[in-house]
Design a protein around this ligand. Structure first.
Ligand code: BV8
Length: 243
């Protein structure tokens, strides 16, 4: 299946994008049923949009949160979590904000772009407020408990910097990885789009899993065309008994 056999002490890293959640029913960003379709992300997933029309942005996130809350982790998320459970050294670096890796049971996760079930003060004064998939929209707090300003999604918008601690955690892991699986990403959003190159330069064996070729395909060691929910279990399940 892949050109090199995974050994029991290999460091395995997953770099995931919206495509890994597609089979859970979460729309991807740029696909046929994409979130961008009908929505112009530059009008919504930016600090300018929030400043201009916070209600519209908050409504979009409430709509997405509701949709995601009805979705469940799929076989791809579950295979990754099972590998970590079986004692393999697995870290997930995800661009997704849907919390599905965590719900599948993964514990070592870097959420590069934040989490749609977390909120923070738009004025930056207080900590992070975590809500759950069960929180009804009417119970989602709207004002910062400390200063009264609007709460915003704890999500990295276009034009915003990623949290330095997340970027350094990702860089450190990518520099010390034996296998990098790049799963379900179009490879166009930076800085995540450059992470595969970092791992490759540091000596990782890089495998791309996608339903189509992407700008990353020429760089990787192997591209497996197909759905993540079918391919990842086939790669990881044989390892589960071997640990
Ligand atoms: C920053 C949260 C400093 C919001 C998101 C360098 C070059 C060019 C541009 C830039 C650059 N550096 C910075 C930029 C600007 C910008 C950027 O990259 N723009 C792009 C669009 C050109 N980056 C930023 O602004 C970042 N900040 O760098 O700060 C800075 C600032 C300003 C200027 C310079 C520097 C912040 C980026 C984070 C934005 N926030 N999400 C929200 O969710 O509401 S990004 C958003 O896109 C999601 O997180 C999503 O995950 C991510 C990437 O998309 P994908 O995950 O790849 O999803 P997509 O739909 O595109 O693709 C799905 C793939 O899955 C497809 O390939 C499909 O074939 C595949 N697939 C489908 N089904 C399956 C499947 N694969 C397998 N199995 C299946 N079943």
């Amino acid at each position: 299946m892949i050109g090199r056999k995974i050994r029991r002490d290999d460091r395995i890293t997953i770099l995931s994008g919206a495509g890994i959640s597609a089979e859970s029913g979460v729309p991807t960003f740029r696909g046929e049923d994409g979130l961008w379709k009908g929505y112009d992300a530059t009008q919504l997933a930016t600090p300018q949009a929030f400043a201009r029309d916070p209600q519209k942005v908050l409504e979009w996130y409430t709509w997405r949160r509701k949709l995601i809350a009805e979705c469940n982790p799929n076989a791809a998320h579950n295979a990754i979590a099972a590998l970590e459970d079986a004692g393999y050294d697995v870290t997930v670096i995800t661009q997704n904000v849907d919390n599905l890796h965590r719900r599948a049971g993964s514990r070592k996760i870097v959420e590069l772009h934040g989490n749609i079930f977390k909120l923070r003060c738009s004025g930056g004064c207080s900590g992070i407020i975590t809500i759950s998939e069960e929180t009804p929209p009417e119970n989602i707090p709207r004002a910062c408990p400390a200063c009264g300003l609007l709460l915003r999604p704890h999500i990295v918008w276009f034009g915003e910097f990623l949290y330095p601690e997340d970027v350094s955690a990702a860089h450190c892991r990518l520099a010390n990885t034996d296998f990098l699986f790049i799963v379900g990403t179009s490879g166009v959003v930076h800085p995540a789009a450059s992470f595969g190159y970092l791992a490759k330069e540091a000596g990782a064996y890089v495998v791309e899993i996608n339903i189509e070729l992407t700008p990353l395909s020429e760089m990787v060691d192997a591209t497996l065309i197909g759905r993540a929910g079918e391919i990842l279990p086939k790669i990881f399940e044989p390892l589960l008994g071997a640990k």
